[in-house]
Write a protein that binds this ligand. Structure first.
Ligand SMILES: [Zn+2]
Length: 310
């Protein structure tokens, strides 16, 4: 849980190293987006969603927002419009945000497996307390597309009982991946998309082909997974990522991706259910359940699901 990072006996990371997290957002390419963020922080919404771009860029923007939230002296870049301001990256507040050591900036990262039910219980407790240092508290949930329904509902409960000092920012690959009830409670900011085909690694490309073949005619999977150690936890998570990306394409009706086009026969709620199943698989992997078992069980279940849902 994020709190442990605040403990005094933990070494503060090097400042120059820490503030690198802001860098991707500071490109002049994103001036208009930072302008938007700056306008938002002056009257912050209860919940801001950041979608699009890459995970790194979304994270950078979430920290940028947090930086502006807490910075003692935001700076106005020269020769830019009146509405652009950036965190100064010099004051102790900026540093504490970057190092995740600000007592009122609470970070959960689903990639670290820490948006589980226990963390949400801790968050509930923290959110009833007054901020420790600043006037407001900011809670960041990174990559919420991996949120399980249980954690999602726990967050929703918090949002339904708003408190004037708690603000939230969530990042996600794209809005279709998040519980509609959560999405509708926030303001969505969309960063420019990357070409998702070009982003694929060789392993992703290979597995996308295997998945296409498997969902088309039910073959070719066991050949790939049955050898001992053929699927490790990292590969299993890559496969989950491919599935989620293609569920999202299918939800958005993008049929030009072959794997996604196979999922287009599923209704929106079925796709949502399938996505839930993948979120559960992530949880199992984080609990060190055998990755081969996780993936075979997941894919078999999805296969049956597709054969019976249509
Ligand atoms: Zn600052």
């Amino acid at each position: 849980m994020a709190e442990k990072k605040n403990s005094a006996d933990e070494q503060m990371p090097d400042k120059d190293e820490a503030i690198k997290i802001f860098e991707p957002a500071l490109s002049p390419l994103f001036d208009t987006f930072r302008e938007k963020i700056n306008r938002l922080r002056q009257n912050p919404p209860q919940l801001l969603h950041i979608e699009g771009g890459s995970a790194e860029l979304r994270t950078a923007f979430a920290y940028h927002y947090a930086g502006l939230f807490f910075c003692e002296n935001p700076k106005r870049p020269e020769n830019k419009g009146d509405f652009l301001a950036d965190p100064c990256l010099r004051c102790s507040e900026c540093y504490k945000v970057a190092a995740r050591m600000h007592p009122d900036f609470i970070v959960f990262d689903s990639r670290e497996g820490n948006i589980d039910v226990d963390s949400m219980r801790d968050l509930k407790k923290i959110s009833t307390e007054a901020p420790r240092y600043a006037r407001k508290r900011l809670v960041l949930l990174l990559e919420t597309q991996k949120l399980s329904a249980v954690s999602g509902n726990a967050i929703l409960k918090l949002l339904e009982e708003p408190s004037p000092h708690n603000h939230y920012v969530f990042t996600m690959s794209q809005r279709e991946m998040v519980l509609p009830t959560l999405l509708s409670r926030g303001f969505v900011m969309t960063l420019p998309w990357k070409d998702s085909i070009q982003e694929l690694t060789e392993t992703e490309r290979e597995w996308e082909d295997i998945l296409i073949k498997f969902f088309q005619n039910g073959t070719g999977l066991l050949d790939k997974t049955s050898a001992k150690g053929a699927v490790d936890s990292e590969l299993a998570k890559t496969i989950c990522g491919i599935l989620q990306k293609n569920f999202a394409h299918a939800m958005a009706g993008r049929k030009n991706y072959l794997l996604a086009s196979l999922f287009c026969s599923l209704s929106f709620s079925k796709l949502f259910e399938a996505n839930e199943r993948v979120a559960l698989c992530y949880e199992m992997l984080n609990l060190m359940v055998n990755p081969t078992y996780c993936i075979e069980a997941l894919l078999t279940e999805l296969y049956v699901f597709m054969k019976t849902a249509g």
